[in-house]
Design a protein around this ligand. Sequence first.
Ligand SMILES: [Zn+2]
Ligand SMILES: [Zn+2]
Length: 103
Amino acid sequence: MQCQQWCNTRPALSRLIQLLSCPLCDSLMSDPCVLNNCNHHFCRRCIEWSISEKQASCPICLLPAWAKDVKSDRQIGTVIGCVSSMDSHILQGDDMEVLFLIL
Ligand SMILES: [Zn+2]
Ligand SMILES: [Zn+2]
């Protein structure tokens, strides 16, 4: 019974982690930010670097994006805080390999 529940929870959790991951550095966003024009999310560090060092556009959809369009998203930050504490708790178990297979 317990195993059955995990089988459903883990793909959902890994999907959630995927959604909360920064497409630029491929890990959970730190200081998550959203672009005004297209609503794509990135770490503040990643998107600021991307906008200042490369073209002034979203790296995902290529819509124009400027430094002033980068806004902190505290709600996402709160969710990431919850997920990352849950994630490290799960990773402490013996089933670590299984989780990595799903991820
Ligand atoms: Zn990043
Ligand atoms: Zn975009």
